[in-house]
Design a binder for this molecule. Structure first.
Ligand code: GTP
Ligand code: NA
Ligand code: MG
Length: 405
């Protein structure tokens, strides 16, 4: 895009956090206190995203289960959101999914604002939670860090204005722009089939302007947009960047996270879909299904005090010394399991395998292609690449020590 044609667009915000820390309640509180009054009753169809207006500025919220949408988008290489609001219950503190969300956001380089929720509870302990957050790399700005931590009570609708304020502050410091007249593309937030209506998809327009009658392709689904609504269920003819819309007219249900694009005509769209379907079939054929499932069962059932490794090296010859070095490490308390040792670059299949068995991928003198990296990010699989054998084994030794602590 020509930078001169880029204009400011509303920030897209997704809410992440540990189970029961109050994500849904917070989204509801934001929606009810800020979507124009009287509007709520008019919502007949749930849409997976909405916008609120604060000081005449729009903010787009993704209203789907945060993790699912965010992960799916990132798995497909789309930037899921501009800002993450991390909900942390002030009585419960930093929990496993809180850490996972932090890791996710950091990997995607998306700034985090913490909504310190449930401060109304008598057992809430904000200072303790702030210390925990600091230990996890989110140092509160009041302690000279750069993370905004906003105390809220989603239940009592307290602190919501402050949170919106914080979102606008962070978004103003970023360069959140798009070209409303440029190439039309965006992301599928969610989609389903409904009786009589056919496929209904929530799309987030990220560049250009989507119009009624446009022919779009999303994943391997295509169609002409025959109806379009905003998050208040009002009919729309055109939707610009950062706008969530509900559309009808797609042939099949696209996956959350699929990128959609507008094509000139039916023929072009069809050609794209056909090519993608062929590619998908080829990929399918390449996955050793039985092996994957067998491995999954074996390792899922196993105890966690085991370090699973998947090893890739440039040539067969360099695998042997690495394997024997790693086997030596087996004298420790933690069992080192080498799931697979193969020659070749790190592929998407390797990452799938590693994800299914919670393994770490180690590469020696190899690379990982973009698809493999994206999948690894989405699945939380770590790929570690080395060009010196002893550094590889040294790292594993360190990891074993870390696990023992
Ligand atoms: P999952 O979607 O299951 O991960 O949960 P969630 O993060 O969406 O949490 P949810 O909004 O369902 O809230 C979980 C529980 O916490 C509910 O019983 C809420 O009523 C309660 N809760 C949420 N926010 C607050 C709050 O600010 N104060 C208090 N006291 N309770 C809250
Ligand atoms: Na819940
Ligand atoms: Mg929820």
């Amino acid at each position: 895009e020509d930078p001169r044609s880029l204009v400011k667009r509303p920030p897209v915000v997704t809410i992440l956090g540990h189970v029961d820390h109050g994500k849904t309640t917070l989204l509801d509180a934001i929606r009810h206190s800020n979507v124009a009054s009287g509007e709520a009753g008019g919502i007949t169809q749930h849409i997976g995203a909405y916008q609120v207006e604060h000081h005449n500025q729009l903010i787009t919220f993704l209203d789907t289960p945060g993790h699912a949408a965010f992960t799916a988008m990132r798995a497909r290489g789309a930037q899921g959101a501009d800002i993450v609001v991390l909900v942390v219950a002030a009585n419960d503190g930093v929990m496993p999914q809180t850490r996972e969300a932090i890791a996710h956001a950091k990997a995607a380089r998306v700034p985090i604002i913490v909504a310190l929720n449930k401060v109304d509870r008598p057992d809430s302990n904000p200072d303790f939670v702030k210390r925990q957050l600091a230990e996890n790399g989110l140092v509160p700005d009041e302690w000279d860090g750069d993370t905004m931590i906003v105390p809220v009570s989603a239940k009592q609708k307290m602190g919501i204005e402050d949170l919106l304020e914080a979102i606008l502050l962070v978004s103003d410091s970023m360069d959140i722009r798009a070209n409303p007249n440029g190439k039309v593309l965006g992301t599928v937030i969610e989609a389903q089939v409904e009786k009589a209506k056919g496929v209904i998809a929530t799309l987030l327009v990220q560049n250009g302007s989507l119009e009624m009658g446009d022919i779009i392709v999303a994943g391997t689904s295509m169609g002409r947009i025959r109806a379009m609504f905003d998050y208040r269920n009002r009919k729309l003819r055109k939707a610009g960047p950062s706008m969530p819309v509900l559309v009808m007219g797609l042939s099949d249900v696209p996956a959350a996270g699929d990128i959609f694009q507008v094509y000139k005509n039916d023929r072009e769209a069809r050609a794209v879909v056909e090519e993608r379907k062929t590619q998908a079939q080829n990929r399918q054929a390449a996955v050793p299904k039985a092996t994957l499932e067998q491995l999954f069962e074996r390792y899922q059932a196993g105890e966690t005090r085991e370090l699973c490794l998947l090893l890739k090296a440039d040539v067969q010859g360099s695998l042997e010394p690495i394997v024997s070095e790693l086997k030596d490490l087996n004298k420790s308390e933690i069992k080192v399991t080498i799931l697979q040792a193969e020659a070749g670059n790190v592929s998407e299949n390797d990452v799938m395998l590693a994800a299914a068995s919670k393994a770490i991928v180690l590469g020696f003198n190899v690379t990982a292609d973009t698809a493999a990296r994206r999948l690894a990010e989405a699945e939380g699989v770590s790929i570690r690449l080395y060009d010196i054998i002893y550094r590889l084994t040294e790292d594993i030794e360190k990891a074993l020590k870390g696990m023992l602590e």
